[in-house]
Design a protein around this ligand. Sequence first.
Ligand code: CO
Length: 158
Amino acid sequence: MALRDIVHEGDKILTKKCRPVEKFDAKLAQLLDDMAETLEVEEGVGLAAPQVGILRRVCIVCVDEEEGVIELINPEIIETSGTQEGGEGCLSCPNEYGIVIRPMNVTVKAQDRHGNEFTVKGEGLKARAFCHEIDHLDGILFKSKVVRMLRPDEIEGN
Ligand code: CO
């Protein structure tokens, strides 16, 4: 495994639409392993392949230590319900947080690293992370969806 460098806002790669994964090979497995390691070190809840410079429809979400990393290849949101309003940030936009309205519940259809299809449901933070990461695959940053940015004194933990 190896750490990958995070691409920051301003880099055009973050505005591009990613291509579907067609080959479920060792290179994909390596990318997923590296992304998981990078996410852990960066202490984020999600990471999308374009954030490490790869324009493929791959992202990972980890909101629950027990559940571990959820790997989503070619993900699609197939159902949403409810709404939530809350703070959101992004490893590509360090130290910037904003209020974004997202669905409260999301169902995602995706493939695993072997190409097998599955569906996964998320509520609350997990739903928010699914939406945020899948947006990255279409070149969308959370800042384009913020209701308003948070001031430093409003950010938890600061
Ligand atoms: Co992000």
